[in-house]
Design a protein around this ligand. Structure first.
Ligand code: PLP
Length: 470
């Protein structure tokens, strides 16, 4: 492909993108295909000779688009959002065409220094203390893995990487049942072992770890000769938005010299609004915090902001410096690949810069405040209905409920059928979760182009479809 053709297609894809986003409401949110439908249309081997772009693009529309679940659809209410704004798309397009590999300062000074400054901008926008320094990870799972590895190394006197874990102290990590499964995977990968991830019971409407139970578990483990290493606390847990009491957790951790990592992958974005910061009060006492601008700030996937109080501990855990990666003669630079598991890194800070400059903090605050308010409006509609129960009250823009018509013997089955039927219908997209041993419907609002009308349509669609079920 020559550059004239590239420019022609770049312009055409921009026009296509506008048409796509402007017509999203006319499409079913969740892909309406069966497993294998896309695979079966793709030849089993690569073509020997090239095709023209016109044919490739026609196939993209014919083969790929029907198999897309539209994450940018204004009525996507499933999981958590992975929302994207136009300036973020443009920044990612630029990063894509420059295509730098940003592993070291030297391999992309602009990306490195932009990353430093953008993480400071995000830190300030969320009201985090200046002692945190930040790095962009590809995912919150990676940030949590890095935190657990750091907990492990710190607790083992930095011997784990070198010696392996056998023969060293048995470590213990603490969390509630509200945390994301990325915590379990970090425990497996770090070699600490699932049985050493101790679940602490929760209490209260935010399903926070009980501080007394946490401290009792730590004491009990010490008495048994085990070595507590750290705590993973959550703010805005995946299932129902559970939030630990970060201040209390950090105070207990300080007594036993434990590392605290706060996973606020989704809810962290809302801290851009000062009125929601009570949900992570005490966060400045934590050792690290992760939140995903790619979830709810329109800085599209992948963009996970990982803040650490002591970058030296992270670097000591993860950095490896073979001769071929050394850059001689530069003092005081940061090589962000030493702060993360992968070596290679994309230029992800550019989209943070574009989005913050185009919308400003106030533009993002307005978006998040709207989502929170509209989710509450929807909650109020369901709460007023006799056949519906609110199971967990809104945490920011997330709440759970269930359809519970009197006398039905299998409410779990009924609610799963309702979720499936709603998603087959396609006007909205919701998912289910389990809490209090019940299958419940989970709703969150977080789409950049959603309106109050979009959010409230979830009420009409759910009731209409529930009325067709027996
Ligand atoms: N933590 C929480 C609370 C989440 O909800 C999620 C995903 O939704 C994750 C971590 C994992 O995020 P990522 O996909 O960035 O690894």
């Amino acid at each position: 492909m020559d550059w004239d053709e590239f420019a022609k297609w770049g312009a055409r894809i921009s026009d296509w993108a506008r048409g796509y986003h402007e017509t999203l409401r006319d499409r079913p949110v969740r892909a309406q295909v069966a497993p294998g439908d896309i695979l079966n249309q793709l030849p089993v081997a690569a073509p020997q000779s090239g095709d023209d772009m016109e044919t490739v693009f026609a196939d993209f529309e014919k083969v790929v688009m029907p198999g897309i679940t539209h994450w940018q659809h204004p009525r996507f209410f499933a999981y958590f959002p992975a929302n994207a704004t136009p300036p973020s798309m443009l920044a990612d397009y630029l990063a894509t065409v420059i295509a730098p590999q940003c592993m070291l300062w030297q391999t992309s000074p602009a990306a490195t220094e932009m990353e430093t400054r953008m993480l400071q901008w995000l830190r300030g926008s969320l009201g985090l203390a200046d002692h945190f320094e930040g790095v962009i990870q590809d995912s919150a799972s990676t940030a949590t893995l890095a935190a657990v590895l750091t907990m492990r190394e710190r607790a083992l006197g930095w011997a784990g990487n070198e010696e392996g874990l056998s023969g060293l102290d048995t470590l213990r990590i603490y969390c509630s049942n509200e945390v994301h499964t990325s915590v379990d995977r970090a425990i497996w990968i770090s070699g600490i072992g699932q049985k050493n991830l101790r679940r602490i019971p929760t209490h209260g409407p935010l399903r926070a770890m009980q501080p007394e139970a946490l401290e009792a578990a730590i004491k009990e483990d010490i008495a048994k000769g085990l070595k507590p290493a750290g705590i993973v606390a959550c703010v805005g847990g995946t299932g129902t938005g559970g939030c630990d009491d970060i201040s209390a957790v950090c105070d207990i951790a300080a007594k036993y010299d434990l590392y605290v990592h706060v996973d606020a992958a989704w809810a962290g974005a809302a801290m851009i609004c000062p009125e929601f910061r009570h949900l992570w009060e005490g966060v400045d006492k934590a050792d690290s915090v992760v939140f995903n601008p790619h979830k709810w700030l329109g800085m599209q996937f992948d963009c996970s902001a990982h803040f650490v109080k002591n970058p030296d501990d992270l670097v000591r855990t993860l950095a490896i410096k073979p001769e071929y990666l050394k850059t001689h003669g530069h003092d005081g630079i940061i090589n962000y690949s030493e702060w993360s598991v992968p070596l290679g890194r994309r230029f992800r800070a550019l989209k943070i810069w574009f989005v913050l400059r185009v919308y400003g903090v106030e533009g993002l605050q307005e978006m998040i405040r709207n989502h929170v308010a509209w989710a509450k409006d929807l909650h109020d509609l369901f709460a007023a209905e006799q056949d519906y129960e609110i199971v967990t009250a809104p945490v920011l823009s997330l709440f759970t409920f269930r359809y519970a018509p009197g006398g039905h013997s299998d409410l779990d089955g009924l609610n799963q059928r309702l979720v499936d039927a709603v998603n087959d219908d396609g006007r909205i997209y919701i998912t289910q979760t389990r809490t209090n041993d019940q299958l419940v419907i989970r709703f969150q609002a977080g789409q950049v182009n959603a309106t109050q009308e979009d959010v409230l349509l979830a009420f009409d669609v759910t009731r209409e479809i529930a009325g067709t079920l027996t």
